[in-house]
Design a protein around this ligand. Structure first.
Ligand SMILES: Cc1cc2nc3c(=O)[nH]c(=O)nc-3n(C[C@H](O)[C@H](O)[C@H](O)COP(=O)(O)O)c2cc1C
Ligand code: SF4
Ligand code: SF4
Length: 247
């Protein structure tokens, strides 16, 4: 079984593609009504995005509730650049036999322009090849640590990640423009239930997990974050997937 969390679809696609290759079942942790029975699982995997060189809190809290088993365990973090010590920190929460990072299109549009079309397609093509390789290694249950940690990994995964979780997850910079038609998609799809509609317009709770699904996937592109996102492209993997791989 593979448990995943995903904001804009990269990690969902990775988890589901891998499940197809390995015969596993992929579960979105935000849609689980009850914990699947893990007692007889031969293999347990986790897929999630890197947030500020660390594990998203929603995934960290989820794995803390899971029983430890004798199964072969693996984790894959998807990232736009480098992962720092994310997987080592995850392993402290839930021990992993194998750890990987997988380069995917960058969805962090509040910080910088997302990847261009060519780069997005190049990353997805390379990810398909890497997923084939990972699936082969999982079938053989060889222990692997293939994580692109990048420079200053320790500093980023400790100090910067601490700062992100403490100060950067405020929603106060989100706002909507007049093009919002009140469709409610952002509120329905927020994995942290941090958006509600007031008088037909979205309002944000004080904090969220900053997955950026709302701003990237609003059909009207009506959501902005401070002054940084006006005119910037939006990103969701859904726009780049063939019909039979839609998530
Ligand atoms: C809040 C936030 C922080 C991020 N931090 C990093 C980072 O530290 N390193 C990195 O390479 N990518 C970072 N990214 C990019 C995402 O990890 C990457 O695009 C990921 O594949 C998105 O997965 P998803 O589509 O499943 O949400 C960040 C994205 C967000 C939204
Ligand atoms: S998804 Fe976009 S258009 Fe729909 S309610 Fe939210 S902000 Fe408005
Ligand atoms: S408010 Fe937006 S960025 Fe925050 S968790 Fe919800 S969908 Fe993600």
């Amino acid at each position: 079984m593979i448990f995943y969390f995903s904001g804009t679809g990269n990690s969902a696609w990775v988890a589901r593609q891998l499940a197809r290759l390995t015969g596993d079942v992929a579960y979105d942790i935000t849609n689980l009504n009850e914990q699947p029975d893990m007692a007889n699982a031969k293999q347990i995997g986790f897929v999630f995005p890197v947030y500020a060189w660390g594990v998203p809190e929603i995934m960290a809290e989820f794995v803390k509730t899971l029983p430890k088993t004798q199964a072969f365990t693996f984790g894959i973090c998807t990232c736009g650049g480098d992962a720092g010590r994310t997987m080592k920190r995850f392993s402290k929460l839930y021990p992993l036999s194998s750890s990987y990072s997988l380069l995917m299109p960058n969805n962090y549009i509040i910080s910088s322009e997302p990847d261009g079309e060519d780069e997005i397609l190049r990353k997805i093509t390379a990810a398909r090849e890497e997923l084939d390789r990972i699936a082969q290694e999982l079938r053989r249950q060889v222990r692997v640590y293939r994580v692109h940690e990048g420079a200053l990994a320790g500093v980023k995964s400790h100090l910067v990640n601490f700062g992100f979780n403490k100060f950067a997850r405020s929603t106060k910079s989100f706002f909507v423009e007049d093009s919002c038609n009140g469709c409610g998609q952002c509120a329905r799809n927020c994995p942290a239930s941090a958006i509600s509609l007031r008088d037909g317009m979205p309002v944000w709770a004080a904090q969220c997990c900053q997955c950026l699904r709302c701003i990237n996937e609003c059909p009207q592109q009506a959501i902005q974050y401070g002054t940084s996102t006006a005119g910037r492209r939006r990103y969701t993997i859904r726009a780049y997937l063939p019909q039979d791989e839609q998530i």
